[in-house]
Design a protein around this ligand. Structure first.
Ligand code: AKG
Ligand code: FE2
Length: 314
């Protein structure tokens, strides 16, 4: 077997664990030094937005908008290779089938002193956007997306590691047809069940089906991860992150890539993306085929990135 033919898919036991718990335990994709070297380069590239798929979107207060963090795999070579990485895509394929699109990527930064991320579940992503980002066929057995969250820097208990509540992926505690209010002054650092948490300007509790419900944090699993490790989870599993306590000065950085099969409609009927108090045009946006074939015509697909470099389908 050449290294190109290696199958990094999950074992039947790992698949069973996933469907019971809603996640695949963290696994190594890059050696720590390798990850560090990649991030050093990518950090500089993220500052150059010349070829980014979305133009600048600034808030009324002049601050840069979170949308600027989106879909940089469409203009930064390493991130394009990363979202197509066989060590990730083969595992996603074991769970979601042979045909796969990567429809979104996102940086999640936590600087020293930052609050953790609110507990949340996402099925259509409409809560923050006002309209669904993804739409499964009506008869689909499940909804949501598979997320592969990669630690670009270490994410430990004191440095904003992710937390999930296993087994919660089949029951939504939130109603995404409700609206979230973007209000960073109010929402970024509230204490919830003794922990500082927020959701980049939103308070995810606004979507709760039962306003009095509180996540059972005693059931939470804390996913400490070294740089270069990846965890895969359903966006519908209840998840959050802890605050960055500021005991070290290094930021914690996660990079999420999100996958669906091609029958799912992406950004249906919209030519703009509205979120985090800003709006950008989807003119240059396209999902990418990371495995198998796309047998549907409803999604815009990009075969190359903004610089004309092809994506490597497994
Ligand atoms: O990194 C975080 O704090 C949150 C990540 C997250 O919610 C996601 O990737 O869906
Ligand atoms: Fe999330």
């Amino acid at each position: 077997m050449t290294s190109e033919n290696v199958d990094y898919g999950l074992t039947p036991d790992e698949v069973e664990f996933f469907f019971k718990n809603g996640y695949v335990k963290p696994f190594k994709v890059y050696e720590p030094e390798e990850m560090e070297a990649h991030w050093k380069k990518v950090r500089l590239q993220t500052l150059n937005r010349k070829h980014a798929v979305y133009g600048e979107s600034t808030l009324s207060n002049g601050k840069n908008n979170n949308l600027a963090n989106y879909d940089r795999h469409l203009d930064i070579g390493f991130l394009g290779d990363h979202v197509c990485h066989p060590k990730i895509v083969h595992k996603v394929r074991s769970l979601m089938g042979p045909n796969l699109l990567c429809w979104k990527s996102e940086f999640f930064s936590k600087y020293p002193g930052d609050a953790g991320t609110d507990w949340h579940q996402a099925e259509s992503f409409a809560g923050v956007a006002g309209r669904p980002h993804i739409e499964w066929p009506d008869n689909a057995e499940r909804k949501g997306t598979l997320t592969a969250w990669c630690a670009f820097t270490d994410a430990m208990i004191d440095t904003a590691c992710l937390a999930i509540v296993p087994g919660t992926h089949n029951m939504m505690f939130y109603d995404e047809t409700k609206r979230l209010v973007f209000d960073p002054e109010r929402n970024n650092n509230l204490v919830k069940n003794g922990v500082h948490r927020g959701l980049w300007g939103y308070d995810y509790r606004d979507l709760q089906k039962d306003p009095n419900w509180v996540p059972d944090e005693s059931q939470a699993v804390y996913l400490e991860m070294k740089r270069g490790e990846v965890v895969i989870f359903w966006s519908t599993v209840l998840h959050s992150s802890l605050p960055h306590l500021g005991k070290t000065q290094e930021m914690r950085l996660g990079f999420s890539s999100r996958y669906v099969p091609p029958e799912v409609r992406i950004h249906p009927d919209s030519d703009v993306l509205t979120e985090f108090g800003g709006e950008v045009s989807l003119e240059n946006y396209g999902a990418i085929v990371v495995a198998g074939e796309n047998n549907y015509t409803h999604n815009k697909i990009r075969d190359t990135n903004m610089l004309g470099q092809p994506f490597k389908r497994v």
